[in-house]
Design a protein around this ligand. Structure first.
Ligand SMILES: [Zn+2]
Length: 364
């Protein structure tokens, strides 16, 4: 567990840990300089600036990301559409990009970033993937182009802006609940919602894992549900990007039991991990949410797998072992490259075209 403590209180906390014989080490002595280094300047000085262009050399504000999506759709109108799938608790647009060649048999792939807004690298990777798909479309394999790609770079726009303007470490959305603010959107989905008590989520609006008063109480999660269930698309893949940890995890999170398709999900996840290793020699672990992380009840992937029946539902926790949420901007492109390679490789596996799986498919 990582604990962040205000400077003046650190001696007191160290004393309490000593008293109770709880072993600890200092991971980051001073977070402020690392926040500054992440962006190459103080994040407080960043302005919202439409003249900024997405270049994956920095982390950008919501308006820059939305302009990038609009520009991409304007340049490639035969491949891209941008739609507003809902509005956030504070009324911001939730913008999604769809990439499709219009094939009538296409299956769907969902990919989202920044359900937890402090995980900035997730949005950078999702936008990088969108850009890569569109600009290289005609060189991409059929397993990629025979899919309709539903791309949501910022699932939680209020929280995302808040991490740029007020609190770099904000995790929830910005809905008001009495004196408290914010629901952990990745505890607000319906399947297993509220299970495992305080280990799986929290009923306390002041807690960072607050699950909300009921499933889909939040406009951001309700928008995701609507698109997935009402678009008429047959979704095969659901990917939600997070940081940090370098793990690829799949259901269940609400229970320790293996899900019915454990082996298939493990194989698909291993395809992603192997492609990442081939690209950057980094090792992402693969396993169930509970096995590799902890109980998490009401997650988007438990819901997408169980309720929306999307067979390949994964969360990918991106890089950040050393810097936690504050991955330096210089690491964006290499992180995005390894993950995009992994995601594209998964499409081969999903279509049954992966050489490794062909050799181990049951003989007929
Ligand atoms: Zn997260």
């Amino acid at each position: 567990m990582d604990v962040m403590v205000e400077g003046p209180r650190s001696a007191q906390v160290a004393g309490m840990l000593h008293e109770r014989d709880i072993p600890y080490s200092i991971a980051i002595g001073d977070v402020d300089p690392m926040i500054a280094r992440e962006q190459g300047n103080s994040f407080k000085k960043q302005k919202s600036n439409l003249n900024c262009k997405m270049d994956w050399k920095g982390y950008y504000r919501l308006d820059v990301i939305y302009s990038f999506m609009d520009d991409l759709a304007a340049s490639y109108p035969y491949l891209c559409t941008v739609c507003v799938i809902g509005h956030s608790a504070e009324g911001r647009e939730i913008k999604m990009l769809k990439i499709s060649n219009g094939g009538s048999d296409n299956e769907g792939v969902w990919i989202d970033g920044s359900i937890h807004p402090r995980e900035w690298i997730s949005t950078a990777v999702v936008t990088y993937l969108a850009d890569h798909l569109v600009r290289n479309y005609h060189q991409l394999p059929e397993s990629v182009t025979n899919k309709d790609w539903y791309i949501l770079p910022v699932l939680n726009p209020d929280g995302y802006e808040y991490t740029h303007t007020h609190d770099r470490m904000w995790r929830k959305n910005r809905a008001r609940y009495g004196e408290c603010v914010g629901v952990d959107l990745n505890r607000n989905f319906s399947y297993g919602w509220g299970e495992k008590g305080e280990e799986g989520s929290s009923e306390d609006p002041g807690n960072i894992f607050f699950r909300g008063p009921e499933p889909f109480s939040e406009p951001e999660t309700a928008a995701v549900k609507r698109v997935i269930l009402e678009s008429g698309t047959n979704f095969k893949v659901f990917l939600s990007l997070h940081s940090y940890g370098e793990v690829i995890i799949f259901p269940w999170g609400y229970t320790g039991d293996p899900c019915p398709d454990y082996v298939r999900l493990l194989e698909g996840g291993t395809c992603i991990a192997k492609a990442i290793y081939d690209t950057s020699k980094r090792t992402y672990k693969v396993g169930s949410t509970k096995d590799l992380m902890y109980y998490a009840a009401g997650t988007s992937t438990d819901w997408s797998y169980a309720v929306a029946s999307i067979p390949y539902s994964y969360m990918i926790e991106l890089r950040g072992k050393e810097h936690r949420f504050l991955l330096p901007k210089e690491d964006i492109v290499s992180t995005a490259t390894e993950v995009v390679t992994g995601v594209l490789r998964l499409m081969d596996y999903v279509d049954g075209k992966h050489p490794e799986t062909q050799s181990c498919v049951c003989p007929k």
